[in-house]
Design a protein around this ligand. Structure first.
Ligand SMILES: [Zn+2]
Length: 60
């Protein structure tokens, strides 16, 4: 994967990570908003996003 594609993927992951946050009951707000699904947080979307950010983020 090129640097540009990786950067694009990280942007996408960061967007997902920002939306898929836990509410006060421990459910994912992002899944509820996007699909009207009650999913325990961290959901699979957020786990993916965190893994991508971990793997590709270079600015730390
Ligand atoms: Zn979610």
């Amino acid at each position: 994967m090129g640097a540009e594609a990786a950067a694009q993927l990280v942007v996408e992951a960061a967007t997902i990570h920002a939306v898929h946050v836990a509410d006060e009951d421990g459910y994912c707000r992002g899944c509820l908003l996007q699909w009207a699904l009650l999913t325990r947080h961290p959901c699979s979307q957020d786990r993916w996003a965190v893994a991508v950010i971990d793997e590709h983020a270079t600015d730390r």
